[in-house]
Design a protein around this ligand. Structure first.
Ligand SMILES: Cc1cc2nc3c(=O)[nH]c(=O)nc-3n(C[C@H](O)[C@H](O)[C@H](O)COP(=O)(O)OP(=O)(O)OC[C@H]3O[C@@H](n4cnc5c(N)ncnc54)[C@H](O)[C@@H]3O)c2cc1C
Length: 580
């Protein structure tokens, strides 16, 4: 920390691409940020505020002349591809707090179960803070729900078709930190929906680059007259007024109601739900609007509409284990951490006082540490929960969080399909959710002569136990409507060269009404035991961004608990002391 008159410069990052923000030091830690680079009119930061990328030397000098009591905070802030708003600053600030935290005298050994994005980021940020993570993954591949495999022909197939959104500040910050920003292939700022009544046709919502948020979103909706009529748009807009006026408290209060019921309560015509929200519900949580909690839609709308590029989409340029997970694992290992595959935790062994003594692996190995993290899916955690913890309300609430089934399908065709875009497409078909021609959208899968469609099949409850051939047959019938000139269900047009079907019987937690209060904080009531995962408490949905943020929160809790963990304080298993 270097002194500049009354101003202290904290944590000046790497050269170039550094954001400098001036804010009132008293409010910085509370999250009530004051935007002080134009120091005359301090005001609360809005998510649309643009934070300067460059070192704002003139602003520092001006503040210095006035002997300002402001603190200058310089954050190592790798330039994100898109927005440069307070959400990104917060993400970068949290990341930099690990690197700038005091180096521990004796690093903690932290044993982490599960190398999905949550476990990987927990380990990464713990390593950044000078600790030693030992990351144990059950399978022989990194990534969990972003895992992928190479077949005998060298083609990749994935657990899920994954889209990165502009409104993913922590993910973009992570890419920046790892120096892999160029691996995100950003697409045109549009949402493209198939038109079931006009087979082979699409309807677009195009977000104008010249307009700020939320006008660009409102304009995109107003301009599209193919999916919604003007009276429907007006009724939908009126229905949304309480959400706009009520802000976050209103959004949180809508957890108790399904999308379908909320629309009816607000007087929004059923056709709006059918035209737009079936597709959105399936894309967000692989279920229909009669099951999905309205809070989920409002959170997504909030993010998409409040940030200019919030709904802009990117594809990773190749398979996630190598293109995203390996750089994180390499980073962890370069800082003394360990990443071990084929290491399934079979049992959580407890001390007499109910705290964790060790993790027992399926091969019988005993792994001990100073702290323990479960970054597995919630369904796995529930299966492995020690009996002694089962009555604790923090854990009993997990019963309501249940993974939803989903199927990811890849079909390689003998030709290049024409009726497609270099983009994600909402199929609006009964069995399918979103899809993309990955031979166009993804650099590593690029093929000028043949298409590979990757499709998300949802809701999949009734289908997940059926055979792959049945699932592909049903998919082909749907594809015949999306590609009327090019695909027929009997393959009399485009021929299938091969396919892969990946079933995930328990994927992200099913966001039905009443689940939000059941999401656990990352710090559990058991001292030394923490959770990470997209289902744990964080302001994003069950998504890659949510998983990454949960990992950061988990690492932050452990760093904050350093003294406690070093002292080896063990919890007394008393429900009374457990925060609900
Ligand atoms: C089909 C599909 C499409 C999706 N599309 C998108 C999208 O477009 N955009 C988006 O943001 N999100 C999307 N998601 C959601 C996103 O993939 C998840 O939210 C995120 O990857 C979850 O990360 P996680 O680390 O919390 O959990 P996981 O990825 O489930 O990681 C948990 C890890 O724990 C491991 N594990 C389990 N049991 C044990 C054990 N006993 N011992 C050790 N390890 C264990 C697992 O093998 C796994 O690696 C999609 C998901 C699916 C399934």
């Amino acid at each position: 920390m270097s002194q500049l008159g009354h101003i202290s410069a904290v944590n000046i990052g790497r050269q170039g691409n550094n954001a400098v923000s001036l804010w009132n030091s008293q409010t910085a830690s509370t999250g009530g940020y004051r935007f002080c680079s134009e120091q005359r009119n301090p005001r609360l930061l809005r998510s649309s505020d643009v934070i300067s990328h460059k070192l704002n030397i003139p602003a520092i000098k001006r503040a210095r002349k006035r002997a300002s009591p402001l603190k200058v905070v310089c954050i190592d802030y790798p330039r994100p591809e898109l927005d440069n708003t307070v959400n990104y600053l917060e993400a970068a600030y949290l990341s930099s707090s690990f690197r700038s935290s005091p180096r521990p005298n004796k690093p903690l050994e932290v044993v982490i179960a599960g190398a999905g994005l949550a476990g990987l980021t927990t380990a990464k940020y713990l390593a950044d803070a000078g600790h030693k993570p030992i990351l144990l993954e059950a399978r022989d591949v990194l990534g969990g729900k972003v895992a992928a495999w190479k077949d005998d022909d060298g083609d990749w197939y994935e657990t899920g078709l994954h889209i990165f959104f502009g409104a993913y500040p922590n993910v973009q910050n992570l890419f920046g930190e790892l120096g892999i920003n160029d691996r995100l292939q950003w697409k045109e700022h549009s949402m493209i929906f198939a038109m079931p009544n006009k087979p082979g046709e699409f309807s677009r919502f195009d977000f104008a680059e010249v307009l700020p948020a939320p006008l660009n979103g409102i304009w995109a909706i107003l301009k599209n007259n193919e999916m919604l009529t003007w009276p429907e748009k007006v009724k939908f807009a009126i229905g949304l007024v309480p959400a706009i006026l009520g802000g976050q408290p209103y959004v949180e209060a809508q957890d108790g109601i399904t999308v379908k019921d909320w629309m009816r309560k607000q007087g929004v015509p059923d056709r709006v739900t059918e035209e737009v929200f079936i597709a959105m519900s399936k894309a967000l949580n692989f279920i229909n609007p009669d099951e999905l909690s309205m809070q989920c839609i409002l959170i997504a709308l909030n993010r998409f509409l409040q940030e200019k590029h919030g709904s802009k989409m990117a594809f990773l340029d190749g398979n996630p284990p190598e293109r995203l997970c390996m750089p994180i694992a390499d980073h962890i290992q370069s800082r003394g951490g360990e990443v071990r595959l084929n290491s399934r935790i079979q049992r959580i062994e407890l001390n007499e006082d109910g705290s964790v003594e060790s993790f027992i692996l399926n091969n019988g190995s005993v792994i001990k540490g100073d702290a323990y993290v479960f970054a597995t899916p919630v369904d796995t955690l529930k299966l492995l929960l020690p009996d002694e913890w089962k009555e604790i309300s923090y854990f009993t609430k997990l019963d309501k969080l249940v993974g939803v089934p989903v199927i990811n399908i890849h079909i390689w065709f003998d030709r290049k399909l024409k009726n497609t875009y270099d983009h994600l497409l909402f199929s609006r078909s009964p069995l399918l959710s979103v899809y993309a021609d990955m031979s166009v959208t993804c650099k590593e899968y690029y093929n000028p002569n043949q298409s590979m469609l990757e499709l998300v099949f949802a809701p999949a409850e009734e289908w997940v136990s059926r055979s792959d051939s049945e699932i592909v047959e049903a998919t082909m019938k749907e594809l015949a409507k999306l590609f009327p000139d090019e695909i027929a269900a009997d393959q009399s047009k485009a021929k299938i060269l091969k396919y892969h079907v990946v079933k995930t019987p328990r994927s992200v937690y099913k966001t039905v009404p009443g689940t939000e209060p059941c999401r656990p904080l990352q710090r559990s009531p058991i001292k030394g035991f923490y959770l990470a995962g997209d289902y744990t408490k964080q302001k994003y949905l069950a998504s890659m961004e949510g998983a990454v943020l949960s990992g950061k929160f988990c690492a932050q809790a452990i760093v904050q608990d350093y003294e406690l963990l070093r002292a080896g304080v063990r919890s007394k298993l008393a429900e009374a002391s457990i925060p609900n």
